[in-house]
Unconditional design. Structure first.
Lengths: 191, 173
């Protein structure tokens, strides 16, 4: 494993490096799903590189992102992190993005999310997190529910999909929610 | 300076002026105290051509003496939805009532004149007078984020109220 911060069952998280930029661009270029946002947007390696460099400049940044890698072969399969960090209120928004498509729905995202939540609650000692999911993205809504998040409500009229205005679903999570979900997930994984 | 359509019985809402830097504690939304230099920089950073601006901070002042008592920040995505955040001067005994009056001025202006599809207001659940004003204005409670805001002695839920524009005929999935 390369420079791991936290290690899970099958994945680990590590800092993003400039050398990840091309891999992230490749994952985005191969995207098959169109429901996550209004539509797909190619993001090139130059943009990823700039983002990685910029988000590592501050000691107390407004966002922290991790590379998510498979333990078995160090393959980068996506990234997760927190944005809109409020260091005084001790809150943030969690985000995740995974690919390639054939590696989805295998539990890697949940494994990585529990590492992210461990980092947030037990290392940064954040108090609460939220997650914002565009309503058509039912897969992510189901995933965060399984990971312990609770539906907190919706922002109306966030964006257009198939000619109609759709909402963004807002979820929140506190440490006890995460502990309960992680323990249940571990018990299922180890059966 | 008075904006005729944003003036109520007790408060009025106006753009910042240079002398506001002298009372930044009343309107600058920061737990870290803002001195005149920081306040002036903040105002400088907001002076765009108005057609390019997407972030606005307006001053809330008292009608009777023009004293600065707070601010309201508007964050506009693409002129469909606007997010509103208030900051009131510390040690005001009637901050909740004054904020509620400012909300009564803002919502008709943003929802009915500018025709935003949604006007979002985030506030902790202990601001009961402002919450009552939001409900009088037919804003709906759209989100409750548990324990999201620190308040003296603990934490409060953060509520997001939305004023949804009835003029928009939205085919909704």
């Amino acid at each position: 494993m390369r420079n791991p911060i936290l290690v899970g069952e099958r994945v680990y998280i590590r800092p993003l490096e400039e050398s990840d930029a091309q891999l992230l661009a490749d994952i985005y270029a191969a995207e098959t799903d169109t429901f996550n946002e209004r539509g797909r947007l190619p993001v090139g390696p130059l943009a990823w590189k700039k983002w990685i460099v910029e988000t590592h400049k501050e000691a107390y940044p407004s966002e922290i992102n991790f590379a998510v890698c498979l333990i078995e072969n160090d393959q980068l399969i996506g990234h997760n992190g927190i944005v809109d960090i409020n260091w005084i209120n001790r809150t943030a928004e969690s985000v995740s993005d995974f690919g390639p498509a054939e590696l989805r729905s295998k539990g890697y995202g949940t494994d990585a999310k529990h590492l992210l939540l461990e980092y947030c609650f037990d290392i940064l000692h954040l108090h609460a997190l939220r997650s914002e999911i565009f309503e058509p993205n039912t897969r992510s809504a189901a995933a965060v529910t399984k990971q312990g998040y609770k539906l907190a409500g919706r922002w109306h009229y966030e964006d257009i999909k198939n000619g109609v205005m759709r909402d963004t679903l807002i979820f929140d999570i506190l440490r006890p929610d995460w502990i309960a979900a992680r323990d249940a997930w571990r018990a299922r994984e180890r059966k | 300076m008075r904006v005729v359509y944003l003036t109520g019985d007790r408060v009025h809402i106006r753009p910042p002026v240079e002398s506001d830097k002298e009372c930044a504690i009343a309107w600058f939304n920061s737990l870290v105290p803002a001195n005149e230099i920081r306040a002036a920089q903040s105002m400088e950073n907001q002076v765009y051509p108005y057609w390019e601006a997407t972030e606005f901070t307006f001053i809330i002042a008292r009608v009777v003496d023009d004293a600065v008592i707070g601010s309201v920040h508007l964050s506009i995505g693409d002129w469909r939805v606007v997010s509103v955040r208030f900051h009131m001067a510390p040690m005001l005994p009637d901050a909740d009532e004054l904020r509620a009056e400012a909300l009564r001025l803002l919502i008709p202006w943003l929802r009915d004149e500018h025709e935003f599809m949604a006007v979002r207001l985030a506030l902790p659940d202990n601001q009961t007078v402002t919450i009552a004003a939001a409900e009088e204005l037919e804003m709906v409670l759209s989100v409750r984020l548990r324990e999201f805001v620190p308040v003296p002695g603990g934490r409060a839920d953060e509520l997001i109220y939305e004023a949804l524009n009835p003029r928009w005929e939205v085919p909704h999935a």
